[in-house]
Design a protein. Structure first.
Length: 288
C-alpha cells in the first residue's frame, strides 16, 4: 500500500516491483487539510485488507510538508500483521524524533537534506527481527545473515562521504534539533500567509495545507506547467525545485537561516505567471 502523495522515486520502485512480481499496489490519497490525525489514519484503515503485505508511509510528505501520524499508522498496520516502511527523507534532522518511538519495521532517510551531508549518503534502520529475511542487493558473506551491515555492501566505499557526515552531525548538534524544529515551525505561518495571498488565481493550485495538527516543514505550490514554475522560481531567498509529481510542482522552502520575503515573492509570481483560464493551459491536462 502506498499513497499518491509519496515520493515519486518510491512510487516508481513499487511500480517496478508490480511489473516484475505481479504485485497489486493499492494507492490511497492523504487529505490535504484533514481535521485531525485520525482522519489520516482512517484513510489507511479503510484500505487495509487480509491481503495487504506491506505499507509505505511518508513521515513528512515532500510536496505539502504534512507530518503524518506515523506511530498511529504503524500501530494500525501491526494490528493487521502488516509491516511498515517509513520514508523519513524530510523528517530526519528536521523534526525532534526518535526512530524506535515510531514502532516501524523499516525507516529510511536521506542525509543530504536536513542534515546537510553530501549527496549519496543515507540511513536505513531495520527492526532486528526483520534483518535476516532481507536479501541484500550485493552478495557479502563477510557478515552474519542477521547483521544489518550485509545491506551496506555497495562496492568500493567513498570514505570522504563518511568523513563529511561526521562534520554534518557536529554542525547539526551545534544548532540543536529543538531549535531547528522550532525555527521551521516559526516560519510556517509566514509560508501560509504568502500562499493565502495567491490562492484563487486561475493557474496556481497550492498544495500547502493551512492548519493540520502536528504539521511542520516545507510548504510547496503546484503551478501548472513550466511557465508557472518559472514565475515562482524567480523569487529570491527560496529554493524552488521542479518536481514532476503530481503535475509540475514548484517547491518553495525557506531555509532555517533566512527569512521569506513574502511581498517580493507574491509580486514576482503575479508579474511573471501567465494566468490561463482553467482548462486552456497547454500543460494543464493530466494534472491532479
Amino acid at each position: 500500500m502506498v499513497a499518491v502523495d509519496d515520493y515519486g522515486a518510491m512510487l516508481d520502485q513499487f511500480t517496478l516491483m508490480s511489473r516484475r512480481w505481479a504485485i497489486k499496489n493499492v494507492v490511497v490519497t492523504v487529505p490535504l487539510d484533514p481535521k485531525s490525525d485520525d482522519e489520516v489514519v482512517q484513510v489507511y484503515a479503510r484500505a487495509i485488507t487480509p491481503r495487504t503485505k506491506l505499507l509505505l508511509v511518508s513521515h513528512q510528505i515532500n510536496i505539502t510538508g504534512h507530518v503524518l501520524p506515523v506511530r498511529q499508522i504503524c500501530d494500525l498496520a501491526h494490528a493487521h500483521g502488516v509491516p511498515v516502511v517509513v520514508d523519513g527523507a524530510h523528517a530526519f534532522a528536521q523534526l525532534d524524533l526518535r526512530i524506535p518511538d515510531l514502532s516501524c519495521d523499516y525507516y529510511g532517510a536521506s542525509l543530504h537534506k536536513w542534515l546537510g551531508a553530501p549527496l549519496g549518503a543515507g540511513l536505513l534502520c531495520v527492526r532486528k527481527d526483520r534483518i535476516a529475511p532481507l536479501w541484500p542487493l550485493f552478495g557479502d558473506l563477510g557478515v552474519p545473515n542477521d547483521d544489518i551491515r550485509k545491506l551496506n555492501h555497495t562496492g568500493t566505499h567513498p570514505a570522504h562521504t563518511d568523513l563529511a557526515i561526521l562534520d554534518a552531525i557536529e554542525f547539526h548538534e551545534q544548532i540543536g534539533i529543538q531549535r531547528k524544529e522550532a525555527r521551521l515551525r516559526w516560519l510556517q505561518p509566514y509560508r501560509t500567509t504568502w500562499t493565502t495571498r495567491l490562492r484563487g488565481r486561475r493557474n496556481l493550485d497550492f498544495h500547502t495545507h493551512l492548519a493540520v495538527p502536528g504539521s511542520s516543514g516545507p510548504a510547496s505550490a503546484d503551478s501548472f506547467g513550466a511557465n508557472g514554475w518559472a514565475a515562482v522560481s524567480s523569487a529570491s531567498l527560496v529554493e524552488v525545485p521542479a518536481v514532476e509529481h503530481p503535475g509540475r510542482t514548484a517547491g518553495v522552502r525557506g531555509g532555517i537561516w533566512r527569512s521569506l520575503n513574502r511581498t517580493s515573492l507574491c509580486r514576482r509570481v503575479l508579474q511573471r505567471s501567465p494566468f490561463h483560464p482553467v482548462g486552456t493551459h497547454p500543460e494543464l491536462s493530466g494534472s491532479i
